[in-house]
Design a protein around this ligand. Structure first.
Ligand code: CA
Length: 225
């Protein structure tokens, strides 16, 4: 899942980004409201985490601008400001949750997962197709109950395919969902990942297959290839 992190304190941004990457998220980090807004317009984010005090503006104004453009993804506010007023302001502006600095990485990760699984975020916890189930919170893939080990990006790709099972996902959409701006992506990165995932699903006899629609995209369907 690709997350936008807006935080101008470099050490804190690094700490949060490292922690979230370790928890399996894809993170883009920006230190100003302007850069974050530009990124938000070009990349698909499943959640936004933002600081309130930014060098070129107020995080709450940024949040309101995201919402006014129709953004429905969950958003979490980070702030050193204490007091109930900021919390109320944040929630009125459309924040889904609030975290006061300093915080533990475990708490941020847990709260992020919680807002991601709320109804309205269009996310369900357990995805299933064929003989395969995917616990999106526990990050576990099972075939007939047996755990299937899988590298992080393959798991991310499988999640996207499962969420839109039976529908074609353009290659570009997968690419933008799986990789941040800082990741090196070559023209065949997605193909290579799909082919690895396909082999893994075959080996596990998962009862699902990933179809390639040449020049269009990919689709996950029930049944053997
Ligand atoms: Ca700040």
């Amino acid at each position: 899942m690709r997350i936008l992190l807006v935080e101008d304190n470099e050490r804190l941004a690094e700490f949060v980004a490292t922690g979230l990457k370790g928890a399996g998220f894809v993170i883009d980090v920006f230190g100003t409201a302007g850069d974050a807004e530009a990124a938000f317009d070009t990349a698909p984010y499943q959640a936004v985490i933002l600081d309130l005090g930014l060098p070129d503006g107020d995080g709450l104004d940024l949040l309101k601008r995201f919402r006014s453009r129709g953004a429905i993804c969950p958003m979490m506010v980070l702030t050193a400001r204490d007091g109930i007023n900021d919390r109320v302001l944040g929630l009125n502006a459309g924040a889904d949750d609030y975290l006061l600095k300093p915080f533990a990485m475990e708490e941020l990760t847990a709260r992020l997962r919680a807002i991601l699984r709320r109804p309205g975020a269009a996310l369900s916890v357990l995805l299933a197709s064929g003989d395969l189930t995917f616990d999106t919170i526990g990050r576990e893939v099972r075939v007939r109950g047996e755990l299937v080990a899988m590298p992080r990006r393959e798991m991310e790709m499988l999640e996207h395919l499962l969420r839109r099972a039976g529908k074609v996902i353009p290659k570009r959409v997968l690419e933008e969902s799986l990789y941040g701006f800082d990741d090196e992506v070559s023209s065949n990165t997605v193909e290579v990942l799909v082919s690895r995932l396909r082999k893994r699903l075959q080996t596990a006899a998962a009862g699902v297959s990933v179809h390639t629609l040449r020049g269009i995209g990919y689709m996950l369907a029930d049944g053997k290839p």
